[in-house]
Design a protein around this ligand. Sequence first.
Ligand SMILES: Cc1ncc(C[n+]2csc(CCOP(=O)(O)OP(=O)(O)O)c2C)c(N)n1
Length: 570
Amino acid sequence: MLTSDKIIVQQILDQCQINGVKHIVISPGSRNAPFSIAFDEHPDFETYIVHDERSAAFFALGIADETQAPVALCCTSGSAAFNYAPAIAEAYYRSVPLIVITADRPAAWINQGDGQTIMQNNIFGGHVRVSYEFDDQHQTEDDHWKSQREIASAFNMGLGKWKGPIHFNVGLNEPLYNVIEKTNSYSRKITVIPNTISWNQETIKYIKETLSKQKVMLLCGQLPKNEMLQQLIVKFANNSNCAVLVENTSNLQSTEFNPCIDRSLNAINNKKEPEFIPEVLITIGGAIVSKRIKNFIRRNKIKTHWKIGSEFPEMDTYQCLTHHFDVTPLLFFKEIDAFDYQRNQINYAGKWKKIDIQSKDATALFESKNQKPTDINVFQTLQENLPEGIVLHMSNSSVVRYCQLFDPITGIEYRANRGTSGIDGSTSTAMGSAFISPEKQHLLISGDISFLYDSNALWNQNTISNLKIIVINNSGGGIFRIIEGPSKTKQLNKYFEAEHQQSVAHLAHGFGWDYEVIAEKIDLSERISKFLLRKEGKAILEIVTDQEMNALDLQHFFDSIKTNITHGIS
Ligand SMILES: Cc1ncc(C[n+]2csc(CCOP(=O)(O)OP(=O)(O)O)c2C)c(N)n1
């Protein structure tokens, strides 16, 4: 097998191999040539080319999301590396392992006026689990030993119990294109044996007592689909002391859970609010979309908050963190499943479930009276037509929020870039995800601004025929009309919503995607359903909604739920 003649390149590749990295996203350039050549020559790696590094890194994130395995990405020196940053920040806050390799000029040439040379040392700052600087000047056995153990330790950081991106910045001297027959193996793995649970008797007693006697809310943020965890949480929910609140991004689905947090909170009248306040909050998973639940918990000052999981141990989202359990949610719920604590002492879960069912029934009665399609109208129609079993990618910002207003559909996997909630890579991430799982059907629902922002995602030479995109075109950032603040300013249209005249149709055609548009309410359901049922992907459906009426219709939606409940529905 041929490989680069540079030992540092071989070392990084060998570590990628023994750590189960299979997919490599490469952005073309010269300085990273030793890596491009070595990855291409190696039979155990699949390489994919994406030019735009911003898009490439999100594409890699999509692959990692889908495969639940680390993905490597490699680019040349200079601004190329900077363009990785948004996706790396997203991966960091979502704890997704990416192996980020940036090629660099040799250290002596930094700031000497050479082309494509910037300060790449620690370029991603705190947004990687660890960053190492290397060069290709291995002189001694000690040099080999040092870089090898540093690479091994970086992999342990990025793939360990707190996962996330790791970064290798590698200064490379010319010549860059030399190849040799590979003779040495630089595989060196330092295996970390994970800690198992060893709670002492006092802790076990405290857990049992807490779960037995108090109102417990389990709030589940973003998580990959996990059947075993789901079953354990269904068992946990089989205790009326405990209400389980999920968002669709948690990928936890059961009729026992409360899946539409904003819809329920909207229906709770102020006087009844105290009945819904938990005494104990347990959180698992990543970001929570609902601002209302964050405010609800923060203003009600919960006495006890247990945060489960190794990531971000001090992150105090609800301003009431009291205990951090440094174990995976799976291990935590497995462990407490065996505890003989007293269940069904209080009917707290029932309260949440009742409001959930009432508001769900009331939602079904809502009918948009608007002449033209509105956003809520489209999401309601989509909900009725989404096929089971697809992967649904939701862009930021109002798309992911609208999707939370309806019950998750069985078998759908829900994805969104909620690590940093950026609008800059949703399409590229969906492309990566769809590309690596051709056996699944993927659908991206995107706002028009997010779609335009990341239109380079469509510039991708890898075969992707299982992704459809619905662009909800509300003539700009519709979110700014529905959140408090911007909608009341005279700058709304220009500075926040940023109305535009860009053509989704031209972009679709330019990149060779099928395109259709709906701008009228007539046949909305039929046309959406037909689009969703079409066999071939690589198709874009633009739905034009009523910019002026969207916010009002959403308000009607919330009001109608309240009114119907007050009038005794259910
Ligand atoms: C990279 C980045 N830039 C700016 C923002 C701020 N921002 C949040 S939502 C939004 C508008 C999104 O518009 P669109 O994609 O049309 O979705 P809609 O709000 O209409 O659902 C903007 C600019 C962001 N989240 N990320």
